[in-house]
Design a protein around this ligand. Structure first.
Ligand code: NDP
Length: 434
């Protein structure tokens, strides 16, 4: 706390990890004596930089860019870029810190990083987005590379932005290093199945958790927050597995469609036309729209999938969900539930799939994109999806095993934190003091 004053999100993320690790330290005091925790919570490197760009009217704007290279024990730094006005060093550090454990859980050779800028893409023209991306990459290119640090997308950074960032990197390096970014369009070096991976993976993980208690998604009522990349594909997979998905949101409000959300319509609105979720009403007059995005948690459901942003589901929201009979919560976004909400879910026996494990499918398929780029070949969607399914099952198993081994059977929050920690901590020990 002394070293990171005012970094609320980062402190929240570290506190959750520390709480989970107590039983590990009790059995293995060597982790304490070797200073693993102090080293693990200090990023290897943070780069912040000026991003100056010109809008269509010729006015100059300055934003702040970040890349947090948190941990490279298991491979090149890996994690997305976020363009959103709320971006600051606390948010960048919490996201990169979470990425350490998530990436370790995937079992793939990737370290952890995160980056972005306090740039608001909303309302910007295509040319403005391109100029911003070019300016951002002009500095970032000094710090990344296929074997050093491989960024990807996150909030506000999709395949369009990745395309512009990649184009600028290619220009600066004078060569084609396909593996420097992931989340590329499949038509030029991206992996099939990457776009769907985080949302599908969240649902695969939730399905594993339900199976343990002889349940499935079949005929369950599901609500999802957000209507971006993770949300859309979480809704799609939940529907494919027989659930009735009745609500989703954006940062302005939420819709309820008792007939089941028309996913193709949400894709058209959000992926193609960049419109608001409210516009769903125009083609679905039987549905309802409400002006407050956090109200989505008041919709009665069996399963809630928060897939929008950090701390979007607080204690009051958790109380509402519980009183409406929720059975399970699966985190598609990073740290969407506050620690108070988490405690409440656990105290009431609600099945809980934590983000580090449940949303690791995106980065797992990003690592598959890196592998395909290195091998200069391309797997089919079916192949990628099958591999994703295997990875999500194996993450689930690792979480269950770790929770059992350290005395909290069935506690997936603890299991995910411990299983991820052990992989990284053992690599740190093997690599000596650094
Ligand atoms: P997108 O930018 O594609 O979508 C974000 C969505 O959330 C938008 O619909 C946005 O609405 C909405 N939103 C933002 N704030 C709120 C809020 N307070 N309440 C309700 N809705 C809100 O981002 P992604 O889908 O890529 O990312 C979502 C989350 O998932 C983030 O936490 C991200 O870190 C995490 N994640 C993403 C991965 C990926 O592969 N993309 C991988 C792993 C984690 P609006 O359009 O109004 O802004």
């Amino acid at each position: 706390k002394r070293r990171n004053p005012n970094e609320v999100e980062f402190l929240q993320a570290t506190r959750e990890i520390f709480d989970s690790l107590r039983p590990v330290f009790a059995q293995h005091p060597e982790y304490i004596s070797s200073g693993i925790l102090e080293r693990l919570t200090e990023p290897e490197r943070i780069v912040t930089f000026r991003v100056a760009w010109e809008d269509d009217a010729g006015r100059v704007h300055v934003n702040r860019g970040y890349r947090v290279q948190f941990n490279s024990e298991l491979g090149p730094y890996k994690g997305g870029l976020r363009f959103h006005p709320s971006v600051n060093s606390s948010i960048m550090k919490f996201l990169a810190f979470e990425q350490i454990f998530k990436n370790a859980l995937t079992g793939q050779p990737i370290g952890a990083g995160k980056g972005g800028a306090d740039f608001d893409p909303k309302g910007k023209s295509d040319r403005e987005i391109m100029r911003f991306c070019q300016s951002f990459m002009t500095e970032l290119s000094r710090h990344i590379g296929p074997d050093i640090d491989v960024p990807a997308g996150d909030i506000g950074v999709g395949k369009r932005e990745i395309g512009y960032l990649f184009g600028q990197y290619k220009r600066l390096k004078g060569g084609y290093e396909a593996g420097v970014l992931t989340g590329k369009d499949p038509s030029h070096g991206g992996s099939l199945g990457r776009k769907e991976a985080t949302g599908y993976g969240t649902v695969y993980f939730t399905e594993e958790m339900l199976k343990e208690y002889d349940m499935s998604l079949e005929q369950k009522t599901v609500i999802v927050s957000g209507s971006g990349n993770v949300s859309i594909y979480a809704m799609e997979k939940a529907q494919q597995l027989g659930a009735n998905v009745i609500a989703c949101s954006d940062s302005s409000g939420y819709i309820v469609d008792k007939n089941g959300i028309d996913i193709e319509c949400v894709k058209q609105l959000k992926e193609v036309e960049n419109r608001r979720i409210k516009d769903y009403l125009k083609t679905h007059p039987d549905s309802q729209y409400f002006d407050d995005c956090s109200g989505v948690w008041s919709v009665p459901c069996d399963i809630a999938l928060p897939c929008a942003t950090q701390n979007e589901l607080n204690e009051e929201d958790a109380k509402l969900l519980i009183s409406n009979g929720v059975l399970a919560v699966g985190e598609g976004a990073n740290m969407p539930c506050t620690n108070e909400a988490l405690t409440l879910f656990q105290d009431h026996g609600i099945l809980f799939a934590p983000a580090k494990a449940a949303n690791a499918g995106g980065v797992a398929v990003s690592a598959m994109e890196m592998a395909q780029n290195s091998m200069r070949l391309r797997w089919t969607s079916e192949e990628v999806d099958a591999r994703l399914h295997v990875v999500m099952r194996s993450i689930y198993e690792s979480c269950i095993d770790a929770a059992e081994r350290f005395g909290k059977p069935g506690n997936l929050i603890m299991g995910a934190n411990v299983a991820g920690f052990l992989k990284v901590a053992d690599a740190m020990a093997a690599h000596g003091l650094s």
